[in-house]
Design a protein around this ligand. Structure first.
Ligand code: GRF
Length: 234
């Protein structure tokens, strides 16, 4: 652990491709942080392997070993806090977290959700988007509040739904966008530019209110997003 950089703790439950994207940005210096730990509620998942390969401390806290959600949350909190996190990232973490847990990390916990929120909160978002005949679908990064998938959204990436899309093909294109926007938001947060002003219930960027959700599409180059964000300053 390096003392001079902010600490990130990442929570996962599965394949960890978003985790990998963040690992890569940290490794190449774009995110000036230390991934202090990766914690999974499911043993033996691919995301744990990715973390170990990158030399990151891992931990498994199986929800199945706890009689209640509160007990699981309490143990998870202890573990996370032992790493002194400046930011907690939910990256495919498939557990609903209790209010105490969420409030404890309010303003410093991010989630990525595979839909254009507020559409399709919860599970099976790609299937539901197809069934609803959506022409656009995508992904959202938001601060976590006690409302499920309901905290303030920072950025959304849109993908066009193609006539012959399957759940898998759509999910795959959404994932590509997730790997672009999640590291970016992480970077903005770690650099201290992006904040959730809880009292004012607003997101600020360089101290100014983010007036609307940042929206990009599959063709928007990441470099352009980096150039463009400062223009949000009012
Ligand atoms: C992503 O689609 C994310 O939006 C959702 O779960 C999936 C996780 O994928 N919350 P991965 O584990 O990062 O590959």
């Amino acid at each position: 652990m390096s003392a001079d950089k902010p600490n990130i703790v990442v929570l996962i439950s599965g394949s960890g491709t978003n985790l990998q994207a963040i690992i890569d940005y940290v490794a190449n210096g774009a995110i000036p942080a230390n991934i202090a730990a990766v914690i999974s509620n499911i043993p033996n998942v691919k995301g744990l392997e990715r973390a170990q390969k990158a030399g990151i401390t891992t931990s498994v806290i199986s929800h199945k070993e706890f009689a209640s959600r509160d007990q699981f949350d309490a143990e998870l909190t202890l573990k996370i806090d032992s790493f002194n996190p400046d930011l907690v990232i939910l990256a495919g973490f498939m557990r609903i977290l209790g209010d105490d847990f969420v409030n404890h990390y309010q303003g410093k916990m991010l989630n990525i959700h595979p839909s254009l929120l507020p559409k399709f909160t919860g599970l099976h978002t790609h299937k539901r988007a197809l069934e609803a005949g959506e022409t656009n679908h995508g992904t959202s990064v938001h601060f976590v509040t006690s409302e499920l998938d309901g905290g303030p959204v920072i950025i959304q990436a849109t993908v066009t739904v193609l006539p012959d899309d399957s759940e898998e093909s759509l999910a795959q294109r959404v994932l590509v966008q997730e790997h672009r926007i999640y590291p970016l938001v992480t970077k903005w947060f770690i650099e201290g530019r992006l904040k959730f002003d809880i009292a004012g219930n607003q997101i600020t960027y360089d101290g100014s209110k983010l007036e609307s959700i940042i929206k990009i599409d599959a063709d928007t180059p990441v470099g352009k997003m980096l150039d463009w964000l400062p223009k949000l300053k009012t």
